[in-house]
Design a protein around this ligand. Structure first.
Ligand SMILES: NC(=O)c1ccc[n+]([C@@H]2O[C@H](COP(=O)([O-])OP(=O)(O)OC[C@H]3O[C@@H](n4cnc5c(N)ncnc54)[C@H](OP(=O)(O)O)[C@@H]3O)[C@@H](O)[C@H]2O)c1
Length: 423
């Protein structure tokens, strides 16, 4: 992942604190020689309020790290370190934006299947991992061997698990996907493209053989429709002529629930119902009416909630259809009446975009490009976000408490870290 020889604990090269931590490479020798020879302030380039790049090419960085599993507010810490000038095919990156996804929090809690690498390469006292799995970065410097990336390019991580909640990073260019055409795109759009929209796109495309002769007559049903994945599914299905029946949780008042329904209709939802409606005895009739008296089949269900919600969706499916589980927000197991398997021959699948992306890197890149194409054309709307502005002076506890909010539900938008510092 990160090269241990080039990323070092932070040292303050201004004022009287001379660097003492570098020992093993030529730069370290140069710095310590200068320290002996010269007792004044160390040379540096200070641009903007806190931009600090030494003449030796080191960039100061901060990363949200954890060295043990637990609640984000208890285990996340802001760690300061220095990043050297990139060598070979390495590139140095500056964070533009990074979302706070539910899976990121589950990973910090230690309940997510993919475990991060705990290591000391960033100079932390204990082996630590950088949190976050998704984000958009700008290339600020490239090594002499870099062929695919140049300064100013915008990139996303090729794989999850690289640690995106950091102001700067140094990676090999092979670990990154370059966004070829950034025209008209924002950091928010690029930082949130590689997980949720890709998940929605692949589930709709890969788990149902849609009958394209029946465009506009086939349906999918999904719960968690207000989530990032849910909103993406609504828009991708709309583009492909698939009708969507979307389930959301009731809000505090009927007016708020109506406003949410209206918002999803604006994205292209064909129908929006509440969880209470889904679980009610009358849901069968609602489906009958919506589907032209049952003539239009519901051929796919997307489940990120589990429990009774998943069971009710399964009952609405046409024979031979698939229910794909990709999340478990209610923490309730999926339980199924045996008849759905025996008499309706339903198929129950799971999908995990991290594993899929690792196996299909090119397809992942193509999928990202397809979604960005839609975004550029104004046909894929931004998810609502609650921005957390991260500048050089932002306290770690402030960031950790924003991360803690991620799983609280009924939010006005997904948390989004926006780094406002300089290179
Ligand atoms: N398998 C994969 O590859 C994959 C990829 C991406 C995401 N996911 C999973 O998909 C789910 C959604 O992720 P996201 O990033 O799209 O989420 P998000 O935008 O952060 O939104 C979270 C959603 O979960 C809903 N929710 C929270 N608690 C709930 C509960 N107890 N019952 C029903 N709904 C609840 C919220 O509903 P309200 O709007 O009503 O608050 C909200 O819509 C998560 O479980 C995530 O881990 C899986």
């Amino acid at each position: 992942m990160l090269s241990g020889t080039v990323i070092r604990p932070a040292f303050n090269i201004s004022g009287s604190h001379a660097p003492t931590l570098l020992k093993s490479d030529a730069v370290a020798r140069l710095v310590s020689t200068r320290k002996r020879q010269w007792s004044g302030t160390y040379p540096q380039v200070l641009m903007g309020s806190r931009r600090l790049i030494s003449v030796y090419g080191y960039t100061q960085s901060k990363a949200l790290v954890y060295s043990r599993y637990g609640e984000p507010k208890d285990v996340l810490q802001l760690h300061k370190h220095s990043i050297s000038a990139p060598h070979g095919t390495q590139v140095n990156l500056r964070l533009l934006a990074a979302p706070l996804n539910p899976a990121d929090v589950n990973q910090i809690q230690g309940v997510y299947p993919s475990k991060p690498l705990f290591q000391t390469t960033l100079g932390t006292q204990k082996p630590s991992a950088v949190a976050g799995n998704e984000g958009a970065f700008e290339v600020i410097a490239t090594g002499s061997g870099a062929r695919n990336l140049s300064k100013g390019d915008w990139v996303v991580m090729k794989q999850t698990g690289q640690g995106t909640w950091r102001t700067h990073a140094q990676l090999d260019e092979s670990q990154l996907i370059k966004i070829e055409n950034t025209e008209g795109l924002t950091p928010l759009q690029i930082s949130t493209v590689s997980v949720n929209p890709v998940t929605a796109y692949r589930m709709i495309k890969d788990f149902c053989e849609w009958d394209w002769m029946r465009t506009g007559e086939e349906w999918l049903i999904q719960n968690g429709a207000n989530s990032g994945v849910g909103r993406a599914a609504i828009q991708i299905a709309r583009e492909w002529g698939i009708k969507t029946l979307n389930v959301v949780r009731e809000r505090g008042t009927p007016e708020e629930t109506d406003a949410l329904k209206k918002e999803l209709h604006t994205l292209g939802a064909t129908a929006v119902v509440t969880e209470a409606e889904l679980l009610s005895g009358g849901f069968k009739n609602i489906v009958h009416e919506l589907t032209n008296k049952g003539k239009e089949p519901i051929r796919l269900a997307l489940n990120c909630v589990g429990g009774k919600s998943a069971t009710a969706m399964a009952k609405a499916l046409s024979p031979g259809s698939h229910l794909v589980t990709y999340g478990a927000m209610s923490k309730q197991p999926v339980s199924l009446p045996s008849g759905l398997l025996i008499f309706k021959n339903l198929v129950f699948d799971g999908f995990w975009v991290s594993k899929w992306g690792d196996k299909n890197p090119q397809l992942k890149e193509n999928t990202i490009n397809d979604v960005l194409q839609l975004t550029r054309a104004g046909r894929f709307k931004d998810i609502p976000v609650e921005e957390i502005n991260w500048n050089w002076d932002t306290e770690g506890s402030e960031l950790a408490s924003s991360v803690q909010q991620t799983l609280t539900g009924y939010r006005s938008g997904k948390g989004l870290l926006r780094y406002e510092g300089q290179d």
